[in-house]
Write a protein that binds this ligand. Sequence first.
Ligand SMILES: *[C@@H]1O[C@H](CO)[C@@H](O)[C@H](O)[C@H]1NC(C)=O
Ligand SMILES: *[C@@H]1O[C@H](CO)[C@@H](O)[C@H](O)[C@H]1NC(C)=O
Ligand SMILES: *[C@@H]1O[C@H](CO)[C@@H](O)[C@H](O)[C@H]1NC(C)=O
Ligand SMILES: *[C@@H]1O[C@H](CO)[C@@H](O)[C@H](O)[C@H]1NC(C)=O
Ligand SMILES: *[C@@H]1O[C@H](CO)[C@@H](O)[C@H](O)[C@H]1NC(C)=O
Length: 267
Amino acid sequence: MNLVNFFLIFFFVNIFLCFRIVLTINSSNGNDSINCFDLRDAFSKSTANFTSCAVNNSHPITFCENCIDSYLDVLESHWNLSEYHEEGDSTPCIDKFINLDRLQILTTTYLNNLNLWSEAKCYECFEIVNGSLTRNKSNRTKEFNIRYYALKECINSTSNKTVCTDCMDDYLHLNVYYQSISNVNDKIGVCMDMVDLMNNTWSYWSKTCCKYRQHNETVFLVSAVVILFITIVFYLLTQWFVKRKVPTIIQQPRFVESINNLSTDDQ
Ligand SMILES: *[C@@H]1O[C@H](CO)[C@@H](O)[C@H](O)[C@H]1NC(C)=O
Ligand SMILES: *[C@@H]1O[C@H](CO)[C@@H](O)[C@H](O)[C@H]1NC(C)=O
Ligand SMILES: *[C@@H]1O[C@H](CO)[C@@H](O)[C@H](O)[C@H]1NC(C)=O
Ligand SMILES: *[C@@H]1O[C@H](CO)[C@@H](O)[C@H](O)[C@H]1NC(C)=O
Ligand SMILES: *[C@@H]1O[C@H](CO)[C@@H](O)[C@H](O)[C@H]1NC(C)=O
């Protein structure tokens, strides 16, 4: 008898446990297990992570490319906070944390993150589908990267002496494309990752390939000096000739006068 009772109890306890597990699995899908402080902590972690990522990728700037995941987390955790509410409470969790004082820490932090992202024009680096940001690189980024890596590969595979002539085509190819996608009127013309790569490319190119320009500048300076010298000599010679010709010029009026005299004589 005791053994049968034991098995019955064991059986019911098991059923009860299974039921509990099913219950908790079900309830974790709904709103009733939401704890606003957990959502707030998730938001806090995601902004901390995003800030850390931004600083880690600030030089050289690989911010947009490397922080897209943490940026999307910030958006999602903020969305969770404004969308979900605790059981038996109809106002979303975010109302427990915003509009309660003038400092507005949560809102300010969130807006700062959004501003950093849009000031760097990171949205231009990625595809935007139906108005929402995706992890996929935009066509501009893909095209720019193809040209950038072509130049990089050329530079790495060519000796320093011939790099400027051998990689000139790749350099111009990249440059022309960059100019075509970059807005010259803006301080940051296009997605910041590209701006920084291009800036470094320009620095490298002018450091490596401007020997020729310096040579040209010498030629330019020498020809300028020669031309100046010739001009001065020409000026002095002209002065000298003008002085010698002065008598003939003075004689002219007499000649004209005599012609005039002749013509009045005729009348
Ligand atoms: C930033 O770099 C530090 C160490 O350099 C690392 O511990 C941290 O996890 C990095 N942050 C992110 C978000 O990658
Ligand atoms: C937002 O909520 C969903 C569902 O609760 C969760 O899976 C996701 O991890 C949350 N996102 C963030 C960034 O906390
Ligand atoms: C974009 O939105 C439209 C309607 O709003 C929908 O039909 C379409 O499937 C969406 N496209 C993607 C890629 O999500
Ligand atoms: C991202 O690109 C992959 C492969 O090109 C594609 O399958 C996926 O649908 C894209 N995702 C979005 C959100 O556009
Ligand atoms: C390009 O680099 C130089 C020097 O490294 C810097 O002074 C300048 O601000 C950079 N330009 C942009 C657009 O980032």
